[in-house]
Ligand binder design. Structure first.
Ligand code: GTP
Ligand code: MG
Ligand code: ZN
Length: 319
């Protein structure tokens, strides 16, 4: 039995790399592998994901059996299927890199905020890459600058990149070097293109990139499974499939505000169960009026609250 790293998996087959960098096509030994994750009555999409360390046994020169999943340092998890399924997208990363595009598909801070919220909840360091900066030509960069600065002020490092002009690519390489990071974000923002641009030596991996649909101005879900790549300059990058919906793994809406870094100092409302909507003496609304909380962050809070309410209703329906 030896330790291996899960590079990618599809259904019940997982590709595991041994300490010498050799890949083995593995299955899980028992029918169920205890994940140890508190699922709160939900199902889990897969107990093993890219970035997991496992104990496995080689059964031939390129096949093996997974016996155990080792404890995770962290995991990036969302709810899907109307809140009934817990899906871990990636595990054991040093940095979660939320990728969004500034244009096409248009920038969506509320999506970034869901990822950042989850990263904070799961104790993962997170940063933001704003890709496709070449397309910002002629657009209003003031609004973008304001949003970027807001994230910097919150303590999330940001980087502007373009795979067309090469802007920010060298900086990105320096960030990734000798670490394990993952690219997460919506479909079509350029995660896979960034992987290919960062390390041209991955050419033989034939990483697919897709078009952005003209009709809907969104990606076409080209990458279908998370995959860890070894970078030739040191480190690993995990490319993940773009997700359309990202619901936070949280049951109670009243826990939501505390998960927003910028809200925390102002959670001193008159009512301890304040929802920060229209209650009197609400610390959050006051901070919003005083300009201490950004309007787009409050907007994200409202949207996430709606989702959490809807999903906890759906979960009630299950019982
Ligand atoms: N103009 C411009 N286009 C880019 C840039 N980066 C990526 N693209 C284009 O964006 C489209 C989508 O890129 P992908 O890399 O497939 O996006 P993805 O985030 O991996 O999408 P999924 O795999 O579906 O999650 C492709 O047509 C890329 O050529 C960029 O910096 N500038
Ligand atoms: Mg992709
Ligand atoms: Zn309040």
């Amino acid at each position: 039995m030896e330790k291996g790293l899960v590079l990618w998996g599809v259904r019940s087959i997982f590709y595991v790399e041994d300490s010498e960098g050799k890949e083995y096509k593995c299955v899980i030994k028992s029918k169920r592998l205890d994940s140890g994750f508190d699922l709160k009555g939900r199902n889990e999409a897969s107990p093993i994901v890219a970035g997991d360390y496992v104990m496995f046994e080689k059964t031939s020169c390129d096949e093996g059996v997974i016996l155990q999943r080792l404890p995770r340092k962290n995991e990036f998890t969302r709810l899907k299927a109307g809140g009934r399924v817990v899906q871990t997208l990636v595990a054991n990363v040093d940095w979660l890199i939320v990728v969004d595009s500034v244009v096409s598909p248009p920038l969506r801070p509320f999506f970034i905020d869901r990822c950042l919220f989850t990263a904070d909840l799961m104790n993962i360091k997170a940063m933001i890459v704003f890709n496709k900066f070449d397309l910002l030509d002629g657009e209003d960069p003031e609004e973008f600058k304001r949003i970027r600065q807001a994230y910097e002020d919150l303590g999330y490092p940001t980087l502007v990149t373009s795979t067309v002009t090469g802007q920010g690519i060298e900086e990105l390489r320096n960030i990734l070097k000798d670490k394990t990071c993952s690219f997460n974000g919506r479909s079509g923002v350029g995660k896979s293109t960034l992987v290919r641009t960062i390390d041209p030596e991955l050419e033989n991996k034939k990483i697919q990139v897709g078009e952005v649909s003209r009709k809907f101005n969104r990606g076409t879900h080209t990458t279908t499974r998370a995959c860890a790549y070894r970078l030739s300059f040191g480190g690993r990058i995990i490319d993940t499939p773009g997700v359309r919906e990202f619901s936070v793994f949280l049951d109670k809406p009243e826990e939501l505000a505390m998960g927003f870094r910028d809200f925390r100092p102002y959670c001193n409302c008159r009512f301890s169960d304040c929802q920060h909507i229209q209650e009197p003496d609400c610390g959050i609304r006051k901070a919003l009026e005083d300009g201490k909380i950004n309007d787009f962050r409050y907007e994200s809070y409202l949207r996430m609250r709606e989702t959490v309410l809807k999903l906890s209703d759906a979960k009630m329906g299950l019982k």
